[in-house]
Write a protein that binds this ligand. Sequence first.
Ligand SMILES: [Zn+2]
Length: 441
Amino acid sequence: MEGFWTGFCIKSIIDDIIFYFTGDTHKKSSAIKVNSENLLVNGELHFLCNFKAWRNLFTCSKNCINILQHLAHAHGATKDDIDADTAEEIFEQLILKSNNWPIRIQRCMLQKERVCLFLNREDIIASSIKMAVECKMTLGKIKSTGKIFILKYQHDAQSALTTQRLHLIRNVTAKALNLHGHIVLSTGENCTNKYIFTSKSEGLIDEGYKKYVCGIVKNSQTNSKETCFTWEQYIKYKMNQLAELSEHKFIENEKNNAKDFFLHNLANAVIIFELMTVKPSRSVIIGNNNVEDDRNITNTRGASFVLYNTARIAAIIAKYNEKVSRGEYPSLPDIKNVDFSQLQEEEEWELIFNFVFGYSQMINDCLKCEPNFYIYPQVVCLFLLRLCQKFSVYYRKVRILTEGGDHLIPKMVARLYMLHALQVVFENALDILGIKPMMRM
Ligand SMILES: [Zn+2]
């Protein structure tokens, strides 16, 4: 399974278009942009017509100022001006050419200074859901490169939370490297890719290692390095804070040990988000005894919000399974027999395009190995928060488990498969951060 889906991503469509325009497979360009909002109006991709945006791909002896004008004369047109017909002809050719690609272009539209490209939704919806359901925990994993990395972190003698942050960054990096097809070891010789995560830009480190300098954890009250908490104390502190928040009334009926277990997991997730949503090179400021601290609240709600949505999905699936066991619903048919054209809501398309189909792009964006080595854990956190925002809107609007009428079953089945795909996305993204999803909250 690994690597099978490698070509099924937004990057491969962009590469196909660039190749079609330039005839060169090695061209890299950022001229074609991916949209994430208002896809119905703006399409999934767009590019600027201004020739400047394309300068690194084309040279023109006729001083074209518009890429469509240039493509027209590069393909043999004699007119100097670009009119609507010429644009239409270029679009038609592109759409025709895309019929041989894994993802087809459905429509192109000139909007003032830019061209909007609308992708074939059916191509993407069915395959994305299938990809997630089949890949499970290998979603987004690229086939092996054989390249070895060795990662360590250096203890910060004064600050347990800073040490913990370095440890977390090390672990997220290991996960991301694995997904990029590399091998990660803790020790070893004869390896050129050795990194040590440290809070100190000066001082000696083990031979052969390159320093990856990360920011410290600061206390908001002293505005200097946090030196009081141990990891367990900070978890306890967060647990108390979470227990005070009225949002978690729903757990009050639980027995005490179940409640503690729940709060412990939640506190762990909240702290991981707190330490990982900030770019590694920057310091993280944590609050102390201040539930009122705005940013602190945002962080707390951030991780809770994500876990709350994983629990929502799990609850719908559990309820469905329960009804299947009572004979009230048919069991899910094989994915091959599902009619995914039932997914017609715009929110469904935005969820699938951005977060299921777009998952591999997020994996790509959370780590850079060349020319310099960078890890971006904050990309994973933001991806999860954006996913939850979209999913919440959808959840409020659409009732997934329908009641009454066999004619509604195909739509429900397609939606349940979409939920499964989203569940896989959540599990994988949370796993990069070292967080387990919650089955109920
Ligand atoms: Zn030209």
